[in-house]
Design a protein around this ligand. Sequence first.
Ligand code: AP5
Length: 212
Amino acid sequence: MRLVLVGPPGAGKGTQAEIVAGELGVPKISTGDIFRANVSGGTQLGLEAKRYMDAGDLVPDEVTNKMVAERLAAEDAAGGFLLDGYPRNTEQAEVLDRMLEAQGRALDLALELTVDDDEVVRRLSGRRVSKSTGKVYHLEFDPPPDPDSDDLYQRSDDQPETIKNRLKVYAEQTAPIVGYYAERGKLVRIDAVGGVDAVTERAMSAIRADAE
Ligand code: AP5
């Protein structure tokens, strides 16, 4: 199964990608996670990406597309994948289609997670991540064992001004890919409001229905 998850920042893409990829037995490929690992590791790619990420802007396409092409060429992606955070504009969607076509493959489904802006702000401002395990918590919806622990940090792009810009970038640059996939009959939209388990159930039902 070859899937992409589309949705605004904080829609729960990372949370659902982890679970759904596990259920489908395919690797979860998150461009945001790959960029953050490079920022932490101080690589050239990380240095290049950091200023865009801190501002809530998209990292340039040539950097992102090359990184994704390399990741999709890895052996574990041969049997399918779940992309989280890519594509993020129409150009990236076209590049992905061409990449797959060159390998005689095609995307099966684009799953859109819908939430409104107030919920996005609530989810992103309460998000905390464990330094040691990478686990993502939410202070209210999925509280960490010790909310005051030094092990927890807040992502640098989860500040109010950056969240505002990320939502603007989503509306202007990413939302058009919803139409791109709808025109090609590949879009399924699910309501991403509600508990994590309920959203997973909706996602899995949509994926199963599409596969029939
Ligand atoms: P990226 O990491 O992809 O960020 P994003 O798309 O803005 O999404 P988030 O990771 O913020 O949110 P999410 O939807 O995964 O939500 P989560 O599951 O964590 O990208 C970061 C940056 O990298 C970009 O701004 C850009 O600079 C760059 N980048 C990445 N990809 C790129 C690309 N293709 N091209 C160019 N640049 C790129 O959930 C959020 C919170 O809500 C958590 O605390 C969670 O616990 C909680 N939560 C989750 N589900 C629920 C629920 N059902 N109910 C209540 N709370 C919930």
